[in-house]
Structure formats: structure tokens, C-alpha cells
Design a protein around this ligand. Structure first.
Ligand code: UDP
Ligand code: MN
Length: 350
């Protein structure tokens, strides 16, 4: 009709019909392209399927290949275990922080419904956790903080569907506190108990304010206590790595753990930050509205006057000062209901 008509109006209409046809064809091509991309995206998360190994997979996920075909519960069941979702479904976001302290007995009773295993362990019942996490807490003489820490953190970790254990590493009386060495001891002792792929090094007085702050180890070391109330929820400086931090087993070993040479307050966290840098590892962080903490009140500890000196020479020392030079003696150990406890003496074993 368009080719034979002389009518001007009809010819104008015809021109538009061609344009409409071209637009429709382009739209169809676009829809087809979009769907094929979506399909590819769907297949681009193979690390959650059994027997897949990728060099880009976070090391903490490697174990999935070993456990993917495991059966859940007792061996007679035929159900094949499913991995837990990457984003746990029951997170609450901002949390109410409990500051009323209870005795350990009352605390155990209050947390009974979580069904923790002896030693402060929990793993999800209906899916395989994506991460096996050891939470290492250096500790001495802060029992009030310890109870509040346990009371607040256990329910959150259960909701995060982790396979985790809390380790309290207590330093014996009589020697200057050494936070970094206690972390090293926690790492070594936890690995003797079972396989962990992710380590969270955690001050006892820092209480997470949001459960979207996942206690997991992504591909790079993560500084977790980004926004702390006592620091006006602001990061004091870019390389800070104190308070709470997460490192994969592989990365912790690569940097030879923490230095053992920081006795008293300060320096050991900056030393670790330097170790990461020297090994080409970048610090990553969650946004400050999620990686939020309340610090329980305490008096300021006496700073170590040698901390700057140690820090300046840290780069020359780190290969022989750390996990490979750690000396300690386990004085006592116990699996409590809410945590695994070690009492240790640091330094040369006499
Ligand atoms: N810590 C402890 N007892 C002490 C000193 C330190 O348990 O006498 C542990 C505790 O886990 C604490 C962490 O070491 O949260 C860091 O010490 P502190 O809280 O004094 O450091 P700051 O708050 O100044 O970073
Ligand atoms: Mn503190």
C-alpha cells in the first residue's frame, strides 16, 4: 500500500511505520541480549556448587569442595546438605546492645535456646556454613566485659549462620599484657583443635552494633571496627587495624602472625598493618554505618614507651618475629559452655 499510494498523508504515515518497525526490532534484539547476559550471571557464581575450584575463590571457601557432598545429621538420612545462603536470611540490622551483666551461670541459662556445643561452638543445623571461624579474644581481668561480650555476640553469630568457636586466651598474672602474642597463641591452639579458615581477632570490650557486619573472611584482610562510639564513629587514620580484624588462615601465616615484641598498650596493631602492606595485602572495610561498635568503658592502660621504636624496626624484624618465634606455656585450659578457655604464660618456657 505504501509503495503505490501518492497521497502525502499516507506516505508520511508509512515513513513512521518503518521507524516503528526498526524500533521494535531493536527492542527485541536488546531483550534477547539482556536475557542471555542474565543467564550468564546466573552461572557466574559456581563457587557455591560442589567440586568447583577457582583461583579467585576466597581461601575460606575452599573447604566447601570437601564437604559439599556430606550428608546432614546422622548418616542414615539421605538428604544432601545445602550450603547456607551468602546473605543470612534472619539478620536484624541495627542491634540493641545489652549492658546488664549476669553471672556465667545465668548467662548460660539465658543463651540456652541457641543450643551451643561445649566450648562456645555453633554450626547451623540445616545448611553447611560457608565459613569456619575462630574468634580469638585476648583477655585478663575484665570479667564484666567478657560476660557482656558473650551475651551480645553469640546470638548474632548464630544468626549469621557461621560454623564458629569463641576462644578466650587469658594471660597469667605477673607479666605485662601482650595482646598480639595472645592472638598468636589463640591461632596456634585453635588450629590444634579443628580446621578453621577464618580468624577474627577481637577485643573483649567491643560490641557490634549491627549484625550485617558479617564475621567472615573475604578475599583480603578486613578491619572490622570501622566506627567505634568512643572515637565518635570515625576512622582515626587510614591504616588502622586495631580493635576487631579478620584474616584468613593463609594470610595470617603469610605475614608470620603478629609481632611478639609489644608488651603493654599500643603499636602491635600498626605493626600488623605494616606486615600486610609489606606482603601486598590491602585492608578492606565495610561501610561505617554497618561496621559499628560500642566500646565498653574501661580505664586507659599504660602505654608501652618502646612502641614507636619497635614499629620503626618492624619491617626488618617481621620474618623472624611472629608465629615462628612464639614461646608460651598453656597453664590451664577448659571447654566452658560459652567459650574455649586457655590460661597462658608468655615467653621462654623454663
Ligand atoms: N585486655 C585485657 N586486659 C587488660 C588489657 C587488655 O583483657 O588488662 C584486652 C581486652 O580484650 C581489650 C584489649 O586487650 O579489649 C585491648 O586493650 P584496651 O581495651 O585497653 O585497648 P584500647 O581500648 O585502648 O584500644
Ligand atoms: Mn578497649
Amino acid at each position: 500500500m505504501c509503495f503505490v499510494s501518492d497521497d502525502r498523508m499516507v506516505s508520511v504515515l508509512c515513513q513512521h511505520v518503518y521507524k516503528v518497525l526498526i524500533i521494535v526490532v531493536l527492542a527485541l534484539v536488546l531483550i534477547e541480549f539482556t536475557f542471555s547476559v542474565l543467564n550468564e550471571t546466573h552461572y557466574a557464581t559456581p563457587f557455591l556448587t560442589p567440586n568447583y575450584t577457582s583461583p579467585f575463590m576466597p581461601s575460606s571457601m575452599m573447604y566447601l569442595n570437601l564437604t559439599a557432598s556430606q550428608k546432614l545429621g546422622d548418616n542414615s538420612t539421605t538428604a544432601i546438605a545445602q550450603f547456607c545462603p551468602v546473605i543470612p536470611p534472619n539478620l536484624q540490622g541495627p542491634l540493641k546492645i545489652y549492658k546488664e551483666a549476669f553471672s556465667l551461670d545465668v548467662l548460660q541459662d539465658k543463651l540456652k535456646s541457641l543450643e551451643l556445643e561445649l566450648g562456645g561452638t555453633h554450626r547451623p543445623q540445616n545448611c553447611i556454613a560457608l565459613f569456619r571461624v575462630a574468634i580469638i579474644v585476648p583477655y585478663r581481668d575484665r570479667v564484666h566485659h567478657l560476660h557482656l561480650f558473650l551475651y551480645n555476640i553469640h546470638p548474632m553469630l548464630v544468626r549469621q549462620q557461621l560454623d564458629y568457636t569463641i576462644f578466650i586466651v587469658e594471660q597469667e598474672e605477673g607479666q605485662t599484657f601482650n595482646r598480639a602474642s595472645l592472638f598468636n597463641v589463640g591461632f596456634v591452639e585453635a588450629n590444634k583443635i579443628r580446621e578453621f579458615d577464618c580468624f577474627i581477632f577481637h577485643d573483649v570490650d567491643l560490641i557490634p552494633e549491627d549484625d550485617r557486619n558479617l564475621y567472615t573472611c573475604p578475599g583480603m584482610p578486613r578491619h572490622m571496627s570501622v566506627a567505634v562510639d568512643s572515637l565518635n564513629y570515625k576512622l582515626p587514620y587510614a591504616s588502622i587495624f586495631g580493635g576487631v580484624c579478620a584474616l584468613s588462615k593463609e594470610h595470617f601465616q603469610k605475614v608470620n602472625g603478629f609481632s611478639n615484641e609489644y608488651w603493654g598498650w599500643g603499636g602491635e596493631d600498626d605493626d600488623m598493618s605494616m606486615r600486610l602492606k609489606l606482603n601486598g595485602l590491602n585492608i578492606i572495610r565495610y561501610p561505617p554505618d554497618i561496621a559499628k561498635y560500642t566500646m565498653l568503658k574501661h580505664r586507659k592502660e599504660k602505654a608501652n614507651p618502646q612502641r614507636y621504636e619497635k614499629l620503626y624496626s618492624g619491617n626488618k624484624r617481621y620474618k623472624k618475629d611472629g608465629l615462628n618465634s612464639l614461646q608460651y606455656r598453656v597453664v590451664d585450659a577448659k571447654q566452658e559452655k560459652l567459650f574455649t578457655w586457655f590460661l597462658v604464660q608468655l615467653g621462654a618456657v623454663s
